[in-house]
Design a protein around this ligand. Structure first.
Ligand SMILES: Nc1ncnc2c1ncn2[C@@H]1O[C@H](COP(=O)(O)OP(=O)(O)OP(=O)(O)O)[C@@H](O)[C@H]1O
Length: 585
């Protein structure tokens, strides 16, 4: 299916309006032709017939038509803009919704800026072509057909002279077209690269500043921008030769018409008014020719943009809901891994043949060296990925057989880096459950030890949160995230323990909040710091994707195993940092 026909479903709801705008624009073009013809007639009335009354009446009709033409043009312009904005809003929403459906694997591979660029820049390029251009083309079509028809009727020899130029125009368009297309694709790629760079620098601004790398980023940005400017200038250079060449060809046509027609007026085989109308008609034919050239370059540009946008739309989520997926009933929280292996990249297994069981309400911690697969287990339980082999069940239901919505509804994830959205604190907590009332939000905040500090803020719960909650401390952000999880009231909780240490008071508040959150739910904690998990019912120790030890903190410490080794290392680290803090004081 061609790229353009794939866009058709988005135009369909607006077809009647588009046809309306098309009819209006055709009316504008037709009235325009009539006005030009009348200009010729008027000229003959003035110079040949010399009849004042006839002239006055003709001018009144002329002005009436001009008013009607302007009215139609205004209506058409308004309708066209409306349709164009709505179609693009629908298309962007569709793309945005599709993006939200895609699996984590997709986002792990793509850079945010590149996705942003497709959603905003590429869709913008397509917008003009698929909405405004067809309507404009309708206008040019009427002008072209009406114009040529009239010229043929008036003087077919003169008209053939004009048509002789057509092959030359096609030749010029082909000559430039290929180079324009290649350049347009490069320009869009480079625009995406630039957007990516800006996005990276803005989201990593703290790292940029703290490593004093603003000048390095300046030069990275400068280089990428220069490349873009270079390409855009090359395209402009081609266009600056291309469009004037077409215009020159059309002026040559006008010159020939004037010469040949002028001879006929001198021979008295044509009236001056007819020649004037003829020249005016030939003149407005420049419009369709010129716009055909522009249209050609727009089509090439939009083809590249469409390719990139449809590539996104064609990407299927890796984690798919089966058509016969059942709704997962409210679960007890019994999790079973049976011979689960997993690989992000087929060449490297990250988890090998894992089998374990977690009973409802258990508090389980996963520990292990970095890269041992702890977060991967959490991703699998959340069904962000499917196992490469083996199965995971909750209360006996294979995760692949239940609907994603009914599974996600029962899990709360408290990630390592607290993500808060640019809304009020109240809305950020209510994110956990849309139907929550004000008192639910307050109760959850109290349980999360967040209520007091929230009430201490000038706008309380209505305080807006800056991007990623930049105006709150780490511990405060975590407590809001915990309140959000509490309000969701999930059966299953996955906590990716934050790696950065909080001060001891904040740590205690967060820990109390977590204990309230853990109560009565199956809880999986990915432990990076080994300080928060001594209460765990069981600790699974992972190494290279295999569980090498399991047991309580006390029983694992008694063994001379990996846990004891990791724990001893951690304690030594803590002691060292406490000593250095004491020395600093
Ligand atoms: N999206 C991904 N694509 C490819 N490989 C990945 C991806 N995510 C993780 N990995 C790899 O899988 C392995 C296990 O990663 P995982 O994040 O589960 O480890 P972890 O034990 O949680 O580590 P850490 O304590 O550092 O967070 C690592 O080798 C990592 O490089």
């Amino acid at each position: 299916m061609s790229l353009f026909s794939r866009f058709f479903p988005f135009l369909r709801p607006y077809l009647s309006q588009m046809v309306g705008a098309g009819v209006m624009v055709m009316g504008v073009a037709a009235l325009n032709l009539i006005l030009l013809r009348m200009a010729g007639t008027l000229w003959d009335i003035v110079t040949v017939q010399r009849d004042v009354d006839l002239m006055t009446n003709t001018i009144i009709i002329f002005l009436g038509i001009a008013v009607a033409q302007s009215g139609l043009a205004m209506g058409q312009s308004y309708v066209t803009t409306q349709i164009s904005q709505h179609i693009m809003a629908d298309f962007r929403t569709n793309l945005f919704d599709h993006l939200q459906q895609l699996s984590l694997k997709f986002f792990a591979k793509r850079r945010t800026g590149e996705i942003l660029s497709r959603l905003m820049n590429d869709v913008g390029v397509i917008q003009t072509l698929v909405t405004e251009t067809p309507i404009d083309s309708a206008k040019h079509l009427v002008t072209f057909i009406g114009g040529i028809g009239f010229l043929l009727y008036m003087n077919w020899q003169l008209c053939l002279l004009i048509l002789l130029l057509l092959p030359a125009l096609v030749f010029v368009a082909r000559l430039f077209g290929k180079r324009l297309k290649a350049l347009s694709t490069n320009i869009q790629d480079q625009t995406a690269a630039l957007t990516t760079l800006i996005e990276e620098v803005i989201s990593g601004i703290r790292v940029v500043k703290s490593f004093v790398q603003t000048s390095r980023e300046h030069s990275r940005f400068g280089k990428a921008l220069q490349a873009l400017v270079g390409m855009t200038l090359r395209r402009a250079a081609i266009l600056s030769v291309f469009i004037p060449t077409i215009t020159l060809l059309t002026f040559m046509m006008a010159g020939m018409v004037l010469w040949y027609g002028g001879k006929q007026v001198i021979d008295a085989s044509m009236t001056p008014g007819d020649l004037l109308a003829f020249v005016l008609f030939a003149g407005i034919l420049i419009g369709p020719f010129g716009s055909a050239a522009r249209l050609f370059s727009q089509i090439k540009e939009a083809q590249g943009a469409m390719q990139r946008v449809f590539e996104l739309l064609d990407t299927q989520p890796e984690v798919m809901e089966q058509p016969q997926a059942i709704t997962l009933p409210t679960v007890q929280g019994h999790i079973q891994f049976s011979n689960v292996s997993f690989a992000y990249d087929p060449r490297q297994l990250v988890l090998s043949d894992l089998s374990f069981e977690i009973k409802p309400g258990e508090f389980i911690a996963f520990v292990g060296p970095t890269g041992s697969g702890k977060s991967t287990i959490a991703n699998l339980v959340h069904r962000f990925y499917d196992p490469t082999s083996g199965s995971i069940t909750i209360d006996g239901h294979d995760l692949r057989e239940v609907s994603l919505h009914s599974l996600y509804r029962q899990i709360a994830l408290v990630p390592q880096e607290t993500i808060l959205f640019g809304e009020t604190i109240f809305e950020n907590i209510r994110y956990g459950r849309d139907t929550a009332l004000e008192e639910d939000v307050i109760q959850a905040s109290q349980a999360a030890n967040a209520h007091d500090f929230i009430m201490g803020l000038p706008d309380g719960y209505q305080t807006m949160i800056g991007e990623k909650g930049i105006n709150l401390s780490g511990g405060q952000r975590q407590r809001i995230a915990i309140a959000r999880a509490i309000i969701k009231n999930p059966r299953l909780l996955i906590l990716d323990e934050a790696t950065s240490a909080l001060d001891s008071e904040s740590e205690q508040l967060v820990q109390q909040a977590l204990n309230r959150l853990f109560a009565g739910r199956t809880t999986l904690v990915i432990a990076h710091r080994l300080t928060t998990i001594q209460e765990a019912n069981r600790i699974f120790v992972l190494n290279k994707g295999v569980i090498v030890e399991a047991g309580t903190h006390a029983s694992l410490l008694q063994r001379e195993g990996l846990y004891r080794h990791l724990y001893t290392l951690r304690m030594a680290e803590l002691e060292e940092s406490t000593e250095s803090q004491v020395e600093e004081r």
